[in-house]
Design a binder for this molecule. Structure first.
Ligand code: UD1
Length: 430
């Protein structure tokens, strides 16, 4: 089985280029099907989640032209089916954005319900509530959710919880609804803004994305565009943590520093130096990492998708750190794995308590989900000796060329398939 083998202990140094944001790109791809003209999306990350969604879109009959590894052109005029089956949905949870997109465009959509996910129960009641407010009838039956309407009409919708998924999905459904939609208590994440910006470049009329209230005036149709995905906040944050954990100095290029503020400020609290440039940040690791406290919150708060990577850094920071998770109930699955590497972490309810240890020891560990997998790689890079991270299929969902980019910073890391390949790498790096 494919796994990463890491020899830890090398401080990461140099420059790394960040790709397009996976979570933004998922919304952009769904939005693209809504036009009957060519929509070209650039700066897509070449990761399995994105490629699965493109396959799901192609399976509905849309014309898909993969211009290059990071660019796709989609034309929704040839779509034949409004159904996304379980086979597609199983591979990629965010296929559910096609529910909002097809409902908005064709007034009907049917998508297999997303399966249970590793980090929590992840309900979709808020998506459903938004569609119903616009006049759709939603039926959950035999593992599918279907939504259809004779007409969608703009409404005032208040969301109980700020949900990224529900905000994007309902926004997609509302852009071609009759009249005016006001969505309150919406998510403000950069990827919500990115999807709104692309829809506007396709002729939609969306105002207020990035604030608590989004106002949409429906338009009869959307046209083609050429749009470039924003840089990935979480990929950037992951490399920032890798620099901090290994005592390194890394320039992280092609980022929007404003999107990284909550991450930068925590690293500074831990004693690192973070220098912001126009489209880059440099992290200079602390001489001695200090403990800190983190509470995950919706943007602009500290992102839940960054807490596992910080856990790897906190494990070796001096003193007692804590992480309180407020978004997903099952996000501490990495704790047992980090503890196997010598970390001292205890979880009580929604808080993980860290007693900093001087350093970690390499071990065989398993990635429980995407971001936790990245955290284990960071831990392995900082640890003494060899670490093997199994189940890297999760990591490949969201990180393009992860081991290659880390090697570019001097890390001893190799993706291997067999025990022989693992031995060969170990002999090579000593
Ligand atoms: C998105 C991100 C994910 C990130 C999360 C929070 C994508 C593809 N994924 O996930 O990486 O960790 O935002 O930043 O962009 N909730 C409900 N009912 C709903 C929808 C959500 O109760 O209908 C709850 C969830 O259980 C959770 C909270 O709302 O507690 C936020 O979830 P949400 O923002 O929707 O997460 P996702 O969009 O699934």
């Amino acid at each position: 089985m494919e796994r990463y083998v890491i020899k830890g202990g090398t401080p990461l140094t140099g420059e790394v280029e960040i790709g397009g944001a996976k979570n933004a790109a998922l919304g952009l791809l769904a939005a693209a099907v809504m036009a009957n003209e060519d929509v070209t999306i650039e700066n897509l990350p070449d990761v399995s989640d994105i490629n699965h969604l493109i396959d799901a879109i192609e399976a509905t009959g849309a014309t898909v032209n993969r211009v290059d590894r990071h660019t796709v052109t989609i034309n929704g005029s040839t779509i034949k089916s409004h159904i996304v089956d379980y086979e597609q949905m199983r591979k990629i949870r965010a296929s559910y954005y096609l529910l909002g997109a097809f409902l908005g465009k064709m007034k009907k959509a049917e998508v297999a319900l997303p399966g249970g996910c590793a980090i929590g129960s992840r309900p979709i009641d808020l998506h459903q509530k938004g569609f119903e407010a616009l006049g759709a009838e939603c039926i959950v039956d035999h593992g599918f959710i279907s939504a259809h309407a004779t007409q969608l009409v703009g409404q005032h919708i208040f969301f109980d919880t700020a949900s990224v998924g529900a905000t994007i999905n309902v926004m997609l459904a509302a852009v071609m609804a009759e009249g005016r939609t006001v969505m309150e208590n919406v998510a403000k994440e950069p990827h919500v803004v990115d999807v709104a910006n692309m829809l506007n470049s396709m002729g939609a009329n969306i105002r207020g994305a990035g604030t608590d209230k989004i106002r949409i005036t429906g338009v009869p149709e959307l046209h083609g565009t050429v749009y470039s995905t924003i840089p990935d906040q979480i990929e950037a944050g992951t490399f920032m943590c890798a620099a901090a954990a290994t005592g390194g100095e890394v320039l992280i290029r092609n980022v929007i520093p404003r999107h990284l503020e909550s991450i930068s400020s925590k690293l500074m609290e831990m004693g690192c130096v973070v220098i912001e440039y126009d489209d880059a940040v440099k992290v200079v690791a602390a001489e001695e990492l200090r403990a800190c406290k983190i509470k995950t919150l919706p943007y602009p708060g500290f992102p839940t998708d960054m807490q596992p990577q910080f856990a790897a850094v906190m494990s070796i920071a001096n003193g007692n750190s804590t992480i309180t998770e407020t978004i997903f109930e099952n996000r501490f699955k990495y704790v047992a794995e980090l503890n196997r590497m010598g970390a001292m972490i205890k979880v009580e309810n929604t808080t993980a308590f860290f007693t900093g240890v001087g350093g970690l020891q390499g071990a065989e560990v398993t990635a429980p989900d995407l971001r936790a997998g990245a955290a284990l790689v960071i831990a392995g890079l900082s640890a003494d000796g060899f670490t093997t991270v199994d189940d890297i299929v999760y990591i490949k969902r969201g990180y393009e060329h992860f081991s290659e980019k880390l090697r570019g910073l001097g890390a001893d890391i190799q993706k291997v398939n067999t025990d022989e390949e693992e031995q060969k790498f170990k002999l090579k790096v000593g």
